[in-house]
Design a binder for this molecule. Sequence first.
Ligand SMILES: [Zn+2]
Ligand SMILES: [Zn+2]
Length: 298
Amino acid sequence: MSWFNYHTHCNYCDGKYPAEEYVLAAINKGFFSLGFSSHFPLPFSAKFAMAEERLADYLAQIESLCNKYACKIDIYTGAEVDYIPEQRTVKDAAVQAAELDYTIGSIHFVDSFFDGTPWQVDGRHLEFLRGLKDIFHYDIQQAVRRYYALTREMIKQTQPTIIGHLDKIKVQNWDNQFFDERERWYHNEVMATLETIQKYGGILEVNTRGIYKRKALTTFPSPWILEIALDLDIPVTLSCDAHHPDELKLEFKKTAAMLRDLGYQTLQVLSNGAWVEAEFDSLGIKGQQHFTSSRIVA
Ligand SMILES: [Zn+2]
Ligand SMILES: [Zn+2]
């Protein structure tokens, strides 16, 4: 039994430690595979994203760790790429040129303020309220609908490998202060988004970060959404969105058990560079190990 994680932030973006520390921690925790997903550079200043001039170094660094630890773990180079129309998408030449093993497509920004500054919807609550007032005149439904519309547009037009934290906007909705996820309009937005994934493809990420950072009571996306995704045969992977080596596999046991209870039998994992379905239970992937060792050692 062993684990894996493809949503990992090191100190090239807003992660806390050098990439090698995560590799060592992953080996310690018995991972067979680890993928890095620094926030791809943005064409405006954003604290969490990698600086453009560090991209080449990031790619070289992960590649060198991949070689250095080939006998112990499979390392992959990915990136979490924002979808911001006209500004950044996974289809951009800069992203393509990086020749990543995979991409995570995420929505962190929805439209922009009058001065052109993009509105970050998953950051500080005060910033969220400012955009809700200035851009959407306090119309929460309109703001959330726009968030999901952008998510659908991203999936349809750019097809990232993995769809990151599908309902992360819920971090602003603690105690259901704006809406209840069971409301018809919200359900319809989620449903339309899942149907878009079903039609255009993509692996849905089950992300545990909200739980261990105490920003959400459940995974991104919520279990009721995962239940529908299963009915629609949408493939899923498990990730912890680690920003610290100690966060690798946090909440994996409980979340894997929850997925099994919902009826999931397999998770998507990378094996020899290709995505495959792997059977799992609350202790990890069955019969998986890393594959490069025989090649390298022999
Ligand atoms: Zn993200
Ligand atoms: Zn992330």
